[in-house]
Ligand binder design. Structure first.
Ligand code: IMP
Length: 203
């Protein structure tokens, strides 16, 4: 049985304002007050696991222990089939320059590695999101969302963020970089994981 959320305050262990707004809006009808990591003095634990769920667990439990509140954390990234699931948990690392993140560099690396293998279309890939809610007593629940699709090159679209301009969701002929934000939220890995969370903990 999935443990239900019965409090009135949920800590969302992210410093990303966009994610916080999205989660607050989705939980508003359930009478939950969402508190962001920026409002509390939260530790930023090292993400030392090699799975999305492992890293989301680290963040959620650290936040719940530090604050005494139930805490929700997410970990996400892109998995490319031709690269054996890379970059996966290292999705953000591929963009790291030592002086901020450069996603054009990361997308170019992905394209170069696939091209070097002589692979044409379709270059299948998935955006993945794992959400973990941890309670201060150590219990947790895990929810996952996947958006399947394929990679295009050259990149298309100026919207979105991260790897969006090279990712075309299954059933679409536009990339996430060309897609309206509300439309992407309906089909995205994060949107799907959040829907699972709401169904599991508030249903
Ligand atoms: P994090 O879980 O916020 O650390 O995100 C991991 C990485 O995956 C980030 O570098 C993002 O750029 C990438 N990523 C996660 N979700 C998306 C998405 O919806 N579009 C594009 N990139 C994403």
């Amino acid at each position: 049985m999935t443990r239900k959320f019965e409090g009135s305050k949920l800590l969302v262990a992210t410093h990303n304002a966009g994610k916080l707004t999205e989660i607050s809006e989705i939980l508003a009808p359930h009478g939950v007050t969402v508190v962001g990591a920026g409002d509390m003095d939260l530790p930023e634990p090292e993400e030392t696991e090699d799975t999305f769920v492992g890293n989301a667990r680290i963040k959620a439990h650290a936040a719940a222990q530090a604050t005494g509140l139930p805490a929700l954390a997410d970990d996400s990234g892109i998995t490319i089939d031709a690269l054996g699931g890379a970059p996966g948990v290292y999705t953000a690392d591929w963009a790291e320059t030592g002086n901020g993140r450069d996603f054009m560099m990361a997308m170019t690396r992905a394209n170069d590695e696939i091209t070097a293998m002589g692979l044409g279309a379709p270059r299948t890939a998935q955006f993945r999101c794992t959400l973990v809610i941890a309670w201060p007593d150590g219990h947790d629940e895990v929810f996952e969302g996947v958006m399947p699709g394929s990679l295009v090159w050259p990149i298309r679209g100026a919207g979105g963020f991260g790897y969006d301009p090279m990712f075309m969701p299954e059933g679409y002929d536009i990339t996430c970089g060309e897609m309206d934000k509300a439309e992407k939220n309906k089909i995205s890995h994060r949107g799907r994981a959040l829907a699972q969370f709401v169904a599991g903990c508030f249903g």
